[in-house]
Design a protein. Structure first.
Length: 318
């Protein structure tokens, strides 16, 4: 029996829409049970993974769907997973999304555009942290020439950003000892003296950097405005950003740097009803988040959107 309640709130209506939209989906678990959603995040030491798990809590509670969060190598890998259909939603950087959708920018996407990549919402600035050992004598980007530097997981958005930034000051991959590992391993390498510097990209405070600052003598490079302007001139998706003093233990001065934008993406062929239900669940319940709450909002959710919006997201935001 159908019980029509015209006083139902938006949340209840979207629960119903999300369930009904499953009827036409191949491989669905059934309208009454909802869709098993594959959500690809990032490394467990960054921001993507814990934030994705907060999204999971909301989606599981507010829709008939069940969201499974997978730890991954983040942006570049996630774009590929959406392209292949292995992921239904994923977090990635807005610059990587642009490269992937347009088949340009980095080797992984050159001539191999991920044409089904679609945007859902932008979330918060992903701040470039250039973390250095205090005893390494590194005071500027140019001092990284000849150093051992962890630029992030191979093929990750962090690595892409690191190489772009270094290139703006004339440092190529031949000019330093490049190491590739995730944030947690990079922190261990800095602590153990295995590298002199590491790039970490994530909304501050990043857990791995917080832990490192409490257990090792490290600094984060502050970039002068001239260097930041060079970086922005070379790549339009970068923006000025500042890590407030006191964000990390022992680092009491503001740190000037640059950032890209974190965003939620999906794939074009994925159900518009499910995408709308998930989008609504998240953005109607932002008060349930504890991570990046100063940045994530409905009003800013299309700022920096670098790819075409999915139909389901457009229904919610437009």
């Amino acid at each position: 029996m159908t019980n029509t309640n015209f006083g139902a709130n938006r949340r209840d209506v979207l629960k119903g829409i999300g369930g009904a939209g499953l009827v036409g989906l191949a491989g669905c678990t059934g309208g009454s049970e909802g869709e098993q959603i594959s959500w690809h995040a990032g490394g467990q030491s960054g921001t993507y993974y814990p934030l994705s798990n907060e999204f999971k809590t909301i989606v599981d509670a507010e829709t008939p769907h069940s969201l499974t969060v997978q730890s991954t190598g983040a942006s570049v890998e996630n774009a590929g997973s959406l392209g292949s259909g292995d992921a239904d939603f994923a977090l990635l950087q807005n610059d990587i999304a642009y490269f992937a959708a347009n088949g340009t920018g980095i080797d992984a996407f050159e001539g191999n555009a991920i044409e089904n990549l679609r945007g859902v919402a932008t979330l918060y600035p992903e701040t470039i942290h250039i973390v250095v050992r205090s005893d390494a004598g590194i005071e500027s980007l140019t001092d990284l020439e000849g150093a051992s530097v962890n630029t992030g997981d191979l093929g990750s958005g962090t690595q892409v950003n690191a190489l772009q930034i270094l290139e703006t000051v004339g440092i190529t991959e031949d000019d330093f000892d490049e190491q590739n590992a995730g944030f947690g391993t990079a922190a261990d390498q800095l602590r153990d003296g295995d590298v002199e510097a590491a790039f970490v990209v994530g909304g501050w405070p990043v857990g791995a950097v917080e832990d490192l600052a409490q257990t090792a003598d490290v600094e984060i490079l502050s970039l002068d405005q001239s260097t930041r302007d060079e970086i922005k001139d070379a790549a339009s998706w970068f923006a000025d950003d500042t890590i407030p003093g006191g964000t990390y233990e022992g680092l009491e001065s503001d740190i000037d740097t640059v950032s890209v934008q974190a965003m939620i993406a999906t794939r074009e062929e994925y159900s518009a009803d499910v995408v709308e239900a998930v989008t609504a669940a998240i953005f109607d319940n932002l008060d349930q988040l504890t991570i990046k709450t100063d940045f994530i909002s409905v009003d800013s959710a299309q700022d920096g959107m670098s790819i075409d919006l999915h139909e389901g997201a457009a229904r919610y935001f437009e």
